[in-house]
Ligand binder design. Structure first.
Ligand SMILES: C[S@@+](CC[C@H](N)C(=O)[O-])C[C@H]1O[C@@H](n2cnc3c(N)ncnc32)[C@H](O)[C@@H]1O
Length: 259
């Protein structure tokens, strides 16, 4: 398959520009044809045109349904006659959850319970008098590390998250459960030194995987484990992979960092 050319422009900006372009094209098409220039016609045609433009500009496949449905959904929402404060509230809520996703392209979605149970099995066995450290980079609402922290009191669990609301929910969870072996950091995982951790767990997206590999290879200790849920590293096959029978058909890819 042909590789998409790397672009420094965030895809969300490209998507917005294409929506605007599609809107202008739709007005033009409706003007040149006998169809009435109504909000319904404009929104439908804008949706179709922006999806076609997104394909022509080789945006990732999952952008196409978003581009197709964006304008028709706006049309439907306007019909509901909601107060302006509802839009502001929805915007603030989404911003607090998805924060820097427009740049990182790593949104919030959670690992399944099956993943955390399998991680329990993958983690190195307890050794008397020896502790090790596990970090979940982009820990979301910290459900996974909280579960593991209860199961493995001999391991120090750390999560780092940069989106305010998931971080806050994770903090409350860890506090309510009184987990002394679980710490949550608010910050950017790319600024963290991976050499402090024996296991690095990542559930990100296809976008940063090569960057993750380069950082891990440069910083992680020999013999430590890098585990990625679902997303593989181009040209760096894992030592082994486990596909799970959960609804996401998650696959855990595991690398033993070389000596
Ligand atoms: C797919 S979710 C995974 C959540 C959790 N690790 C799990 O497996 O259930 C990825 C998370 O990474 C966070 N994230 C993305 N980029 C980040 C960064 N540079 N630093 C810290 N967290 C980040 C997102 O906000 C999101 O909550």
């Amino acid at each position: 398959m042909a590789k998409r050319p790397a672009s420094r422009i965030p895809p969300i900006l490209i998507a917005l520009v294409l929506q605007f372009l599609a809107f202008l094209l739709s007005l033009l098409i409706l003007r040149l044809t006998a169809y009435p220039i109504s909000p319904l016609n404009i929104s439908l045609l804008t949706g179709i045109t922006s999806a076609m433009l997104s394909r022509a500009f080789r945006m990732a496949g999952w952008w196409l349904p978003i581009q197709l449905l964006f304008a028709p959904c706006l049309f439907l929402l306007l019909g509901l006659d909601l107060p302006p404060a509802a839009y502001l509230a929805a915007f603030v809520l989404l911003a607090l959850v998805y924060w820097s996703t427009f740049r990182s392209q790593v949104p919030l979605y959670l690992s399944s319970r099956r993943v955390w149970h399998t991680l329990e099995e993958i983690l190195p066995a307890a050794q008397p008098g020896k502790r090790f450290t596990f970090i979940d980079i982009g820990s979301g609402t910290a459900g996974g590390i909280a579960h593991l922290a209860r199961m493995r009191p001999d391991v120090d669990f750390v999560g780092i998250e940069n989106a305010p609301l998931p971080y806050l929910l994770g903090k409350i969870r860890v506090w309510l459960l009184r987990l002394s072996n679980c710490t949550l950091l608010w910050g950017n995982m790319w600024e963290l030194d991976f050499s402090k951790y024996d296991v690095v767990y990542a559930y990100l997206s296809p976008v940063p995987m090569l960057q993750l590999w380069e950082k891990s290879a440069a910083e992680m200790k020999a013999g430590s484990l890098l585990i990625s849920n679902t997303f593989n590293v181009p040209d760096h096959p894992p030592d082994y992979s486990i596909t799970l029978e959960d609804w996401q058909r998650s696959t855990l890819h595991v690398w033993h960092m070389p000596k």
